[in-house]
Write a protein that binds this ligand. Structure first.
Ligand code: COA
Length: 388
């Protein structure tokens, strides 16, 4: 019996800002952003795209009519929740037209929550061979204009269908989570932006990776030689690279070092042009790896998930025969390439409109693809969505 990722898709807003231009506007050497942080472009969310509409947009293209009947649980992982009580999964369930006898919940632990959502789905499906679970990771990463975290923002969602006999990645029974109480990044209730201890957040990430990897390797008797590639949570592409380099010691053969390093570059290609999408970052990285790198069925991919606060987890999956046929490579290339570049001034006005919930539908929807969900208006604190 195999359970895993049967389908996977992402959605990103139609707008981005160029990181070199942002650096110049902030009086910073562009190479700090391009090389030091490792980001080239950053997705910018209009107010008409929130975690619900982005999540629904990521999921709608992987949902057949049969799936709408088979999905019995929808889990949304997010750390940019729009409500402290109502789960965004309920609204997404409605927008997608999934059958009503389903569980809908939202999960939180910074950027980590999509991973326990997947593990929960895997356990849940053991006894339910005909059912499916829809896991969505959706976030708007915003630290504030001219803040230290500004170059590590972004927005987007990843949707994954979990089922028996998956077409893309079988999940192995080998996860090792690692929890450590640390204030590296947090957002107290009522705060619009997170609080972050930048250097501590980098150190805590690396420590969490080293601990979970070390325990995983010991517990399951694995080494890097066993992996075709590794994917990381990618708040910015340099972050995972630093963590990876910390375990590429002299005992690792040149061949393995080369394979894993080349894999990392492929696994962060999309992330470099999107920025941080928090809960979805690891899974955007997985899509990037699968769509831009040569891999073979049967090979093992290692995944490291991390959420500040903090929980990390190392786990793995095996590529399924014909996995490439289940990917939407052309559609994803079009999504990445058809975005509109904003000047820094435009980005700033988008940012402020998002803060103030001020809609400008003429500007925002002009670039949105037909059929996409968007947040139309908010009245009496009730959000109403529509499709183009
Ligand atoms: N050319 C090339 N590299 C440069 C450079 C230049 N001109 N100027 C600086 N750099 C490098 C620095 O050496 C550093 O690299 P290193 O980490 O390998 O030493 C990198 O660019 C970042 O510089 P730093 O001084 O650490 O930047 P910062 O104080 O502005 O903070 C973050 C960067 C990522 C900590 C900050 O954006 C942040 O807090 N982001 C949100 C939190 C986050 O994403 N944490 C990650 C774990 S979840």
């Amino acid at each position: 019996m195999t359970i895993g990722i049967d389908q996977i898709n992402f959605y990103i807003p139609q707008f981005y800002v160029n990181m070199a231009e942002l650096a110049e506007a902030r009086g910073v050497d562009p190479n700090k952003f391009l090389k030091g942080i490792g980001q080239t472009e950053m997705a910018v969310s209009p107010v008409s795209q929130d975690i619900v509409s982005m999540g629904a947009n990521a999921a709608k293209d992987i949902l057949s009519d049969d799936d709408k009947k088979a999905v019995s649980m929808v889990i949304v992982a997010t750390e940019s929740a729009i409500d402290s009580a109502k789960a965004s999964a309920v609204q997404i369930h409605n927008l997608l037209g999934i059958q009503p006898f389903a569980r809908c919940i939202e999960m939180k632990e910074a950027c980590y929550a999509a991973t326990p959502a997947i593990q929960l789905a895997k356990d849940y499906l053991q006894q339910r061979p005909d059912e499916k679970v829809l896991v969505i990771a959706s976030d708007t990463a915003r630290y504030g204009l001219e803040s230290g975290g500004e170059p590590t923002q972004g927005a987007g969602a990843v949707a994954m269908m979990l089922s028996h006999n998956p077409r893309i990645l079988e999940l192995n029974d080998d996860a090792v989570p690692f929890t450590e109480d640390v204030y590296d990044f947090w957002r107290p209730t009522g705060h619009m932006y997170p609080l972050v201890a930048g250097k501590l957040s980098k150190d805590a990430y690396i420590h969490s990776f080293q601990e979970s990897w070390k325990a995983y390797a010991q517990r399951y008797n694995h080494s890097l030689d066993d992996f075709a590639s590794l994917c990381f949570h990618v708040p910015f592409t340099k972050m995972g690279k630093k963590a990876l380099e910390s375990i590429l010691t002299d005992e690792i053969s040149d061949e393995t070092q080369k394979r894993i390093t080349e894999g990392y570059d492929a696994a962060t290609y999309y992330n470099r042009y999107v920025g941080n999408i928090y809960t979805g970052s690891l899974y955007l990285s997985l899509i990037s790896l699968l769509e831009t790198h040569d891999l073979e069925a049967g090979q093992t991919i290692g995944l490291f998930s991390y959420g500040s606060g903090s929980v990390g987890e190392f786990f793995s999956g095996k590529l399924v025969e014909g996995y490439r046929d289940a990917l939407a490579i052309d559609e994803h290339k079009a999504l990445m390439n058809n975005r509109k570049a904003l000047s820094v001034e435009e980005y700033e006005s988008f940012f402020k409109r998002f803060d103030n919930l001020e809609f400008d539908h003429d500007t925002e929807l002009a670039e949105t693809p037909k059929g996409a969900f968007y947040l139309d208006h908010i009245e009496d604190h009730i959000r109403s969505y529509n499709t183009l």
